[in-house]
Design a protein around this ligand. Structure first.
Ligand code: Q6M
Ligand code: ZN
Length: 664
């Protein structure tokens, strides 16, 4: 299934008609440059174009009051003076004779997107709209917003499609207080927002935007605020919050639909955000949400005021929605101190509501009140700091790297008597291994793995790895008689001269796996039921699940809170996913794991499985081909000893691996 793109140039036909410093950044060009970038890059042609439509009164009334709607209805007929007068009752927003029409188109576009996804016409999609929506409230326009596009879409999805749980992820740099107010007592809608806050010194300066607003009454726990108390947040900060706050809760919540308040003012260069995350971060943020809700994801444009980073960020988001390989994120050096404080506060505020956050520790008690004063002083200093070094116009960043689709998505290396799963291309062409390598393999492994046809397997395996590295193939599936033995070969001999860094993810345990690397060329993360205290090193990280890999709750908690952060920091060129025989891993978890691992190494994942497990080749192939993984149903509370052990492991490793930091 494809990706929907909603855009209508009518929504560019309103603008600020008077002088207002707060509103001058919200210009029609925002939409024009975004759409033109999609056209120029060829991405719009790869999307399924869905027409915009006007939201009806009843749809708008899902969120807004009749009083407010009736008042806005009058604006097309107002004189300039009346429009100015009408605007005065609201904050940081402006009206225009055509903005009511455009606001209905913006909300209607979001609804069209929900229809396309919920009816299965498309898998996911994005609506490029203005005016944005997430600040508008029941009876008020605010922050460039007239109708709350995403809030209306959430209510609409529940009403029309009986959606039980909606996750709203708001990565715009402003707090969508309109969304928070709409759903704060509603446990069926989980609202997550990060936003520039600076201890309430940043617009909209609301006390309720802080991390301790967790929702009300039956909605307690279903509102997550992560305040950024400094500017300059980078890719590491954003990914840390996804791995350690949003994703554990999102997986536990298990939504039927994901809506994204896709504001790109959180990108570098934006005058509002003043952050330093690069446009390619949105490729990863989108990817990390795409295995929730069976891939049903609707992104709706909110903010974004630097026309260059906005256009690049929109393209990065759409390319991921289309299933293209992800760009590698270089030199992630872990979250800054302020970000760790924010994510620790958010985690501890939600510890009691989410079993996946149960082990969150409280932040060191600093006197919150003085924090407010202190930051005001910092604010003072900052404004004294030379304006130009802070101003965003001076910001430059590299163009996001090209994300080329290999000609072959998924290849397989199988014993001749095993049928190739649909969609996979069987790799038969195998050049002869260099005699030196063959003898090396032979004298290293006396096992059958390297006898007659074993050499054929190795030569095919070698060819496959060469093609992955050359980006001729994206990923592959290999079936062998002896997984552990072949894994050792691949790791020690077949990859040494082909790739710089291999991330090995071992699911399950084999006794003789006595492999420890210290040179950093290989990072092994092993998830199994066995605890192996002695071998641990920076590059060999065993995760022990008391009940083994069949414990999906413990497994996903280890993947999100340990494997993902490690993988991002390690930044491998190849991922080797090894399924040890008898691991017991649940199929949906196995597919989720393959889906999530696609975020690394441009999607170059090599899955190694034992021939006698060929029964799960179908689901493996499906995940490798990019089909969304099935949701992890009714996750139990992870076993306390596993949660504790994971927390201890993270604390011990965070000196070496900064992305594991969750406590300041
Ligand atoms: C959709 C959105 O969240 O991007 C809207 C942001 C409104 C910002 C209002 N204050 C602007 C102050 C100008 N320096
Ligand atoms: Zn914004």
């Amino acid at each position: 299934m494809g990706t929907a793109l909603l855009y209508d140039e009518e929504m560019t036909k309103y603008k600020l008609l008077w002088v207002d410093a707060a509103c001058k950044i919200e210009v029609p060009e925002r939409l024009i440059v975004s759409y033109e970038a999609l056209v120029r890059s060829g991405l719009s042609d790869r999307c399924i174009s869905i027409p915009a439509r006007e939201a009806s009164d009843s749809e708008i009334l899902l969120v807004h009051s009749e009083l407010y709607l009736e008042a806005v209805k009058k604006t097309p007929y107002m004189t300039l003076e009346d429009l100015k007068e009408f605007t005065l009752q609201f904050g940081d927003v402006y009206f225009h004779p055509n903005i009511y029409h455009c606001a209905k188109l913006a909300s209607g576009s979001a609804l069209q997107l929900v229809d396309s996804v919920m009816t299965g016409k498309v898998r996911n999609g994005i609506a490029l709209v203005r005016p944005p929506g997430h600040h508008s409230m029941h009876s008020a326009a605010n922050g460039f917003c007239v109708f709350n596009n995403v809030a209306i879409a959430a209510r609409y999805a529940k009403q029309k499609y009986g959606v039980k749980r909606v996750l709203i992820v708001d990565w715009d740099i402003h707090h969508g207080q309109g969304v928070q107010y709409c759903f704060e007592d509603d446990p069926s809608v989980l609202y997550f927002s990060w936003h520039r806050y600076e201890h309430q010194n940043f617009w909209p300066n609301l006390r309720e935007s802080d991390y301790d607003s967790v929702g009300k009454e039956s909605g307690a726990g279903f509102n997550i605020n992560v305040p950024w108390n400094n500017v300059g947040m980078e890719n590491s900060d954003y990914l840390s919050v996804f791995c350690h706050v949003l994703l554990p809760v999102a997986y536990e919540f298990c939504p039927d639909l994901v809506l994204v308040c896709a504001g790109f003012d959180s990108a570098i260069g934006d005058p509002e955000g003043e952050m330093c995350a690069t446009p390619d971060i949105f490729a990863h943020l989108t990817h990390l949400l795409m295995n929730l809700a069976g891939g049903k994801l609707c992104a709706v444009l909110e903010g974004g005021y630097n026309l260059t980073s906005l256009a690049q960020s929109v393209c990065q988001t759409v390319q991921t929605l289309l299933g293209d390989p992800l760009p590698q994120l270089a030199n992630l050096r872990g979250p800054c101190k302020s970000a760790v404080e924010s994510l620790q506060c958010a985690r501890s505020a939600h510890r009691r509501y989410w079993s996946f956050l149960k082990h969150a520790t409280d932040p060191p008690m600093t006197d919150i009140s003085t924090k407010h004063i202190k930051s005001a002083m910092e604010e003072e200093e900052k404004t004294e700091m030379a304006e130009e070094e802070r101003c965003t116009e001076g910001k430059v960043w590299p163009e996001p790297p090209e994300r080329l689709c290999p000609p072959v998505c998924s290849a397989s290396v199988l014993p001749d008597d095993v049928a190739c799963p649909d969609g996979l291309k069987r790799l038969s062409s195998s050049k002869d291994l260099e005699p030196l390598l063959v003898s090396k393999l032979k004298n290293r492994f006396r096992t059958a793995a390297v006898d007659g046809d074993g050499v054929t397997t190795f030569s095919r395996l070698y060819t496959l790895i060469e093609k992955l590295v050359a980006n001729e193939i994206r990923n592959g599936l290999v079936l062998v008689p002896d997984v552990a033995a072949v894994m050792m070969c691949v790791v020690q001999d077949l990859t040494s001269d082909l790739v710089k860094r291999v991330l090995v993810v071992c699911v399950g345990k084999e006794k003789e796996l006595d492999y420890v690397t210290t040179d950093g060329k290989v990072l092994v993360v092993q998830i199994s039921s066995e605890d192996s205290e002695e071998q641990r090193s920076k590059y060999y990280i065993p995760v022990c699940l008391k009940k083994g890999c069949s414990d999906t709750s413990g497994f996903i908690q280890a993947v999100l809170g340990l494997l993902l952060p490690l993988g991002y920091e390690y930044n491998p060129d190849l991922v080797l996913l090894v399924r040890m025989p008898g691991s017991g891993v649940v199929d949906s978890m196995w597919q989720q794991l393959i889906g999530l691992l696609q975020g690394f190494a441009k999607g170059h994942t090599l899955v190694l499985m034992q021939v006698n497990e060929k029964a799960c080749m179908g689901s493996t192939a499906s995940a490798l081909l990019g089909h969304p993984a099935p949701p992890l149903q009714d996750l139990q509370t992870p076993f306390p000893e596993d949660g504790d052990a994971l927390e201890r492991l993270r604390e011990r490793l965070q000196a070496d691996w900064k992305m594991l930091q969750t406590t300041s």
